[in-house]
Write a protein that binds this ligand. Structure first.
Ligand code: ZN
Length: 138
């Protein structure tokens, strides 16, 4: 199971548990995702690309919960320390890096679920974040 933090167009944030990122996108495709607060179907999630540190920070969901929590907080720190918040332009930025039009760097931002799904379908290596990192204020 993996927990994702989602937000709706009214800026509500809520957490949902999913079997896997594949199960997550399947639910989205079926239109089964909506805001837990207001019911809005216009839901977006935090994504990162490419992986901040390829080794070591991968969240292994087969490990016991305490270990998973530990790697999660490490991942969170990595994201907050080492990646740039690009907000709503995440989809464009991730695609540009994938197409070689922009240098690869670690970024995170927010994307509508259908846009996120398209990135995954096109083989762009993005990862849904199980939390909302702190936005850098610069
Ligand atoms: Zn809402």
């Amino acid at each position: 199971m993996i927990r994702y933090t989602l937000s709706c167009d009214q800026d509500h944030q809520f957490e949902s548990w999913f079997q896997s990122s594949a199960a997550f996108f399947a639910l989205e495709k079926a239109g089964h995702l909506s805001c837990a607060v207001c019911g809005s179907a216009s839901v977006s999630l935090a994504l990162m690309a490419p992986s901040v540190s390829a080794k070591g920070s991968k969240t292994d969901l087969s490990t016991p919960m305490s270990e998973a929590e530990k790697s999660l907080s490490k991942l969170r720190k990595d994201v907050e320390d080492n990646s740039d918040y690009v907000g709503k332009s995440f989809v464009d930025e991730a695609r540009k890096m994938h197409d070689g039009e922009a240098p690869e760097r670690a970024i995170w931002g927010e994307a509508k679920l259908d846009d996120a799904k398209k990135l995954v379908d096109d083989g762009v290596p993005v990862m849904p974040l199980p939390f909302m990192p702190k936005r850098k204020t610069n």
